[in-house]
Design a protein around this ligand. Structure first.
Ligand SMILES: C[S@@+](CC[C@H](N)C(=O)[O-])C[C@H]1O[C@@H](n2cnc3c(N)ncnc32)[C@H](O)[C@@H]1O
Length: 221
């Protein structure tokens, strides 16, 4: 069901044959973590403040948050970082130990995260995965809490339930006033549902050959 594949930046991801989608863009898995998530969410800039709190929504093998941790620590080695991951599939968490992306902090993901050990602290970095349906687990999170939300479910076509007004209302609730959400999708239904949940959106970066991603905030971009 999970088949390892090599993407165009020479980094590996998985293809979920049952879902018919891969966990990252085939134009570059690690490139996507950097250019579609860490950079548009301004992780390096936010790290200068001394603390960054990240919601890695749809954690998978965790490339997006692990990359953001590298970027934050490069910008400010003393930065306190908290990552909350939302994921419902223990099988993909089990696969973390097989991966070797060129992301320094990933060694800790590999060595410490398993389906039965879902949190660890390493220096100033705290990582915790909430295992379960994101539509439920997100409701347990505090309001106005996250500086950055990496929003990376399977596509709106495959998993429309992850892109509804209801879930974006929860996203709105947990995002800080100054926080930024990034996602790879630019689908009209996604942007309309974000708007209905009071989020403002704009084009995110174009990475690889596909259209732009989307960034969203609580303030007018
Ligand atoms: C596109 S992949 C995410 C890739 C991930 N960001 C990474 O860097 O590996 C989508 C993820 O959403 C998870 N997922 C699917 N339905 C979910 C749900 N209802 N709640 C939480 N996670 C879910 C899948 O198991 C999968 O790992």
């Amino acid at each position: 069901m999970l088949k390892k594949i090599l993407t165009a930046d020479n980094t590996e991801t998985f293809l979920n044959e049952q879902v018919g989608e891969s966990y990252h863009s085939q134009t570059g898995a690690v490139e996507e973590a950097l250019k579609k998530y860490a950079i548009p969410c301004k992780i390096a800039e936010k790290a200068k403040s001394g603390k960054v709190v990240i919601l890695d929504a749809f954690f998978g093998i965790g490339y997006n948050s692990a990359m953001a941790i590298d970027i934050a620590l490069e910008s400010n080695p003393d930065c306190e970082i908290e990552v909350v991951g939302l994921e419902n599939d223990p099988e993909i968490v089990e696969k973390i130990k097989e991966m070797m992306p060129p992301i320094s902090f990933y060694t800790h993901y590999k060595n410490k995260l398993t389906p039965s050990v879902l949190e660890f602290v390493e220096g100033n970095v705290r990582v915790k995965i909430l295992l379960g349906d994101a539509r439920e687990t997100i409701t347990s999170l505090g309001s106005d809490y996250f500086d950055a939300i990496f929003y990376d479910p399977f596509s709106p076509k495959t998993q429309p339930d992850m892109w509804t007004v209801e879930i974006f209302r929860e996203v709105y609730r947990v995002l800080k006033k100054t926080g930024i959400l990034a996602t790879y999708s630019c689908a009209r239904v996604v942007r309309e549902n974000m708007s209905k949940a009071n989020l403002f959106y704009d084009d995110g970066p174009i990475v690889g050959r596909r259209g732009p991603g989307t960034i969203a905030t609580k303030w007018m971009l």
